[in-house]
Design a protein around this ligand. Structure first.
Ligand code: NAD
Length: 495
C-alpha cells in the first residue's frame, strides 16, 4: 500500500509550500508505506489564517445546538469508517487492531459526549451571579476563545487529537492541529471527514511535519488564542515557554512514571492481570502506564511467579491479527531507547524477571518482549524515568506509609493505582498520592466524561469531562447597572 497525503487547510488537500515529504514507515515490518507532507512555518501561517477567517465566519456565530449537530455527524462518520481508520492506525504506529478499534469507539463517543455538552452550554449562557447589590445585575457568558493550536503525540494518534478537537469545537473555536510526524495519517483523515460531516471549511486545519518545523511556529504564532499540548515533558516545556512569550494559556498533558501499589490482601491473580494491563497495554507507550509496581513483601514471591508465567503467555504477533495483545513499538529510535533502559537496569543491578529482548519468533519489526525487573531501587534510571515501552520496574514494600512515600517520590504526577480488598485503605491511598488520576482495583481505564491530566512534571490543566471544555472557553462577566438613580460618586454642583 502506498499512501500519499497532503496538508488539510481551509477544507482542501493542500501541498506543503516546501514540496518536501516525510516517509511513513510501518513499525510492523519496517516497510515504507507512504508519505506525509513536511509542513513548515509558511503552511502554519496559511492554516492559522484559514482558522482566523473561519472564526469570523458563520461558525463563530453558531449556537451550541448548531455545533452539536456537526459533532454528532462527525461521530457517525467515525463509526462508519471505524474498520478502515483502525487499520490505518495499526499500519502507521503498530498498535494491536483491537486496541485501534477501541480507540475509534472512544473517539466517536468523545464527539457524542461533547455534542451533548455543547447543547447544554446554550442553557448556561447569561447565567446570573448574585453580587449582593440591587443596583447591579451580573451574568456569565461562556464564549469561544478564537484560534486554538493543538499539538499531539503518536501513541494514540487519533484519540489524543479528538480529546482536544471535540471539546474545542463544542466550545465554538477554530483549530489548527499538528499531529506527531510519527503517526499523522488518521488525523489528516479526521480533517477531511469532519468537512464531509458538515464542519465549515477552515474550522479544523491539519498540518503535518516535524516538531521544530511545524510545531514550533504554531506554538509561537501570535494569532493563536490558546495552546493545548500532549507529548513529552521536554517538548512541553518548550511549548509552554512559547505560549508564555505571547501570554497565551497552554494546557500540558505530559509524561509520567505512575505507580501501582498492590497490598497483601489483594487477589493475586486479578492484580497480576491489572499490573500487566497497566504496563504492557499499548506496548507500554501510554502516558499513564503504571510502570512502577510496588508489591507488599508478603505476597511478592507468589506475585512475581504468576506475573512471569502470564507475561510469557502474552500473544506477540502482527498487530493486524485480532488476538494480538502486544504489537511493535513505534519506531527504531523508540526501540533503541527501550533496549538501552533494559541494559542500564541490568548494569545497575536490578533483577530481570522476564523478557528483556526481541521475541525470538518476530525477526522483523520493532517488537520488544513484555519485560519486568524486580529489586529496582529508587536511584535506578528505570525507577525514575519514563521508558514508554513494555518495561515494568518492580519494588517491594512493608507498610502503607512506605508505599505512598515511594509512589510520591517522582518528578511526575499523572496517575496512580492501588489494589487492596480494604475499601478504606484504597480511599486513603487515593487521597494521599500526588496524581491527577487514581484507579482503585484496576489500572488504565479512561472515560471521556471524567477529567484527565496531571501535576508536577506531568503537566497542568485538564482534558475530558466538563473541565476539558471549560479550558477552551472564555468566561465573560456582563454587569448591568439597573438602578434608575444616578451613581453619584461625583456630586454635581447646582448650576
Ligand atoms: P513529543 O514531545 O516528542 O512530541 C509531541 C508533539 O510535539 C509532536 O507532534 C511533535 O512533533 C511536537 N513537537 C516536537 N518538538 C516541538 C517543538 N519544539 N515545538 C512544538 N511542537 C513540537 O512526544 P511524543 O514522543 O510524540 O509522545 C510521547 C510523550 O507523550 C510521552 O512522554 C507521553 O507520556 C506523553 N503523553 C502524555 C499524555 C497525557 O495525557 N498526559 C498522553 C499521551 C502521551
Amino acid at each position: 500500500m502506498t499512501i500519499a497525503k497532503l496538508l488539510f487547510i481551509n477544507g482542501h488537500w493542500t501541498a506543503p509550500s516546501s514540496g518536501k515529504t516525510l516517509a511513513v514507515i510501518s513499525p510492523i515490518d519496517d516497510t515504507v508505506v507512504g508519505e506525509i507532507p513536511a509542513g513548515d512555518a509558511a503552511d502554519v501561517e496559511a492554516a492559522v489564517q484559514a482558522a482566523a477567517v473561519a472564526y469570523k465566519g458563520p461558525w463563530g456565530k453558531t449556537t451550541g445546538k448548531d455545533r452539536a449537530v456537526v459533532l454528532k455527524a462527525i461521530a457517525d462518520q467515525l463509526k462508519k469508517r471505524k474498520t478502515e481508520l483502525a487499520k490505518l492506525e495499526t499500519l502507521d504506529m503498530g498498535k494491536p487492531i483491537q486496541e485501534a478499534e477501541w480507540d475509534l469507539d472512544d473517539a466517536a463517543g468523545c464527539f457524542e459526549y461533547y455534542a451533548d455538552l455543547a447543547e447544554k452550554l446554550d442553557k448556561k449562557q447569561w447565567s446570573p451571579v448574585d453580587v449582593g447589590m440591587d443596583e447591579f445585575k451580573t451574568e456569565i457568558r461562556q464564549e469561544p476563545l478564537g484560534v486554538i493550536a493543538l499539538i499531539t503525540p503518536w501513541n494514540y494518534p487519533l484519540l489524543m487529537a479528538v480529546w482536544k478537537v471535540a471539546p474545542a469545537l463544542a466550545a465554538g473555536n477554530t483549530l489548527v492541529l499538528k499531529p506527531s510526524e510519527m503517526a499523522s495519517l488518521s488525523c489528516l483523515e479526521l480533517g477531511a471527514l469532519a468537512v464531509d460531516a458538515g464542519l465549515p471549511a477552515g474550522v479544523l486545519n491539519v498540518i503535518t511535519g516535524l516538531g521544530a518545523d511545524a510545531g514550533a511556529p504554531l506554538s509561537e504564532h501570535p494569532a493563536v488564542a490558546k495552546l493545548a499540548f500532549t507529548g513529552s515533558s521536554v517538548t512541553g516545556r518548550r511549548v509552554a515557554l512559547a505560549a508564555a512569550k505571547n501570554l497565551r494559556p497552554a494546557t500540558m498533558e505530559l509524561g509520567g512514571k505512575s505507580a501501582l501499589i498492590i497490598f497483601q490482601d489483594a487477589h493475586v491473580n486479578k492484580a497480576v492481570e491489572w499490573a500487566m494491563f497497566g504496563c504492557f497495554w499499548g506496548a507500554g507507550q501510554v502516558c499513564s502506564a503504571t510502570s512502577r509496581l510496588l508489591v507488599q513483601s508478603r505476597i511478592a514471591e507468589e506475585f512475581y511467579a504468576q506475573l512471569k508465567k502470564r507475561a510469557e503467555e502474552i500473544k506477540i504477533c502482527d498487530p493486524n491479527e485480532p488476538k494480538c495483545r502486544l504489537g511493535p513499538v513505534v519506531n527504531q529510535s523508540q526501540y533503541d531507547k527501550i533496549m538501552k533502559f533494559i541494559e542500564d537496569a541490568k548494569a545497575e543491578g536490578a533483577t530481570l524477571l522476564t523478557g528483556g529482548s526481541r521475541p525470538a519468533h518476530m525477526a522483523k519489526g520493532r517488537f520488544v518482549q513484555p519485560t519486568a525487573f524486580t529489586g529496582v531501587k529508587r536511584e535506578h534510571r528505570l525507577w525514575r524515568e519514563e521508558v514508554f515501552g513494555p518495561v515494568l520496574a518492580i519494588a517491594s514494600f512493608e507498610t502503607e506509609e512506605e508505599a505512598v512515600a515511594l509512589a510520591n517520590e517522582s518528578e511526575f504526577g499523572l496517575a496512580a493505582a492501588v489494589i487492596t480488598e480494604d475499601e478504606e485503605r484504597g480511599r486513603r491511598v487515593a487521597a494521599a498520592v500526588e496524581a491527577g488520576i487514581v484507579w482503585i482495583g484496576c489500572s488504565q481505564p479512561a472515560f471521556c466524561q471524567a477529567p484527565w491530566g496531571g501535576m508536577k512534571n506531568s503537566g497542568h490543566g485538564r482534558e475530558l469531562g466538563e473541565y476539558g471544555m471549560a479550558s477552551f472557553l472564555n468566561v465573560k462577566q456582563v454587569t448591568t447597572y439597573k438602578s434608575k438613580a444616578r451613581w453619584d460618586w461625583y456630586p454635581e454642583s447646582k448650576l
